[in-house]
Design a protein around this ligand. Sequence first.
Ligand code: B12
Ligand code: SF4
Length: 445
Amino acid sequence: MKIQLIFPRHDPESYISRDYGYLVLPTGLEVLASVLERDNIDVNIEILNNYFTSEKEIMGRIDGDIVGVTDWETNHRTAMRLLKAAKDRGAITAVGGPNASNLGPRILNNHNYVDYVFFGSGEYAFSKLVAGREITEIENLWYRKNNKNYFNFYREVDLNSLPLFNFEHVIDFDRKKYKKEVSKRGGGEQVGVSFIRGCVKAVSGGRCSFCSLPLSGLKLMDPQKAWEQISCLHKLYGLDYFQETGDAFNVGNYPEKIFQARPRGLKIKFRGNCTIPIKPNEISTLKKIGFVELLSGLNHVDEKILLSAKINPRKISEIEKTVELLKKNNIIIKLSAMFGLPGETKDSVIALAKYIVKLRIKYDCLIHVNWAQPTVGSDLFNTLNANKKVARTYHDLTGGDLNNDDSINYPELIKLMVKYYCHISYEDISTIVEDITSYKPKIQF
Ligand code: B12
Ligand code: SF4
């Protein structure tokens, strides 16, 4: 049986440029492939990465018995086009990934050429589907039966049960060409490795209002195994820069355990998300592990807004202490701030804007400025969808249906969130944000 797994490039109409600096190596799909092989299922697996192989060429190559595609919000339309082509050629079609995860019934309702939608981690579930197991026994799976949509049950994978993965199934992957192309585009060469699934904040204090993370609980990979995975990719391809893909790498003493298990003589760089504040001893552990870049949510500075978004407020002085220490340790910090959360006022927008400028000037750190996005699957989206005025106005403006669409016009929905839930207009927030974006730090994102 032939299995084709496809990682699509961003939709031409997405807000991300097709020449954007990063090239994606499809870690998630290779993890799925490694499990199929480990489970001794008699398959021939091909991974088509739209970053290396053009869409036209991929379309020409589609001939799998099962075709599975990764769906991000920024490549959703391309994902659907590819799945349609696969169904036209008689394939069983499956879609997974962070975007599809929250769209199960919507995708099944709107795209009759899609047979299965996977929620969250796909390792056990996809392997069972390919092995032909009874559909009702498969976790994390949305499917159609007699014109109705069903979801069986949720189960997180045990990361220690997974085999090691490599990039051997990716068609046209040439390490040298990859390196050259990455440097031409000016992007980082970090490769995703997944040692942490789930979020400690969600487990302990509930999910943030804008969160659409399709996982619950928290799973950690044994540090010994984590290094085996890294050593394997380093040995095979010389890869030496990794992004740990979890929401927060600094979970309890996990960084210290990773440091203790580190094999001697292996020079590896890391990038990953951490929750701040971070204690000085923890920063020095991150440094010793090889962290060169750290990503973290600054979110907002207004306590009321933070609390209503279920984000833990932090003292500004603690944030600055962390930023200063990271800088001293030569770890680049990239923060993200969020405008337009419910409750925003002129004062709160100005306070956040001033703080961003202060951090940029004082520490020259990069702060990515975003609008709070009510992604399907988040509490924010559910609140907007339940508000009849918002749903009706959204329909009048876009022709869309918030209850059933799988392609949401987020720019319009954000405007409506600001209109109905903030005490300042969208235009006024935009003007203030434009003012602060004129300052460019030396480090680029
Ligand atoms: C690493 C990463 C990157 C890296 C590299 C991406 C890569 N794949 O290697 C870089 C830094 C380049 C990046 C950039 C961006 N990223 Co990014 N990134 C991530 C991150 C942190 C990890 C992805 C990953 O490798 N996960 C680990 C693997 C094992 O999981 P996975 O890929 O999800 O696959 C599993 C399941 O989803 C499922 N699955 C996936 N596909 C399929 C297919 C089938 C058929 C099946 C059955 C199952 C299945 O099974 C897999 C195994 O369990 C995620 C957040 C996260 N934790 O997921 C964001 C994330 C994917 N990124 C996101 C975004 C928006 C972006 C950017 C567009 C941001 C921006 N505005 O610039 C850019 C654009 C990238 C580009 N190429 O142009 C969003 C997507 C939002 C959404 N809902 O779709 C995410 C979810 C972050 C977030 N919460 O907002 N990113
Ligand atoms: S937004 Fe991030 S920190 Fe908040 S619950 Fe979701 S994954 Fe956790």
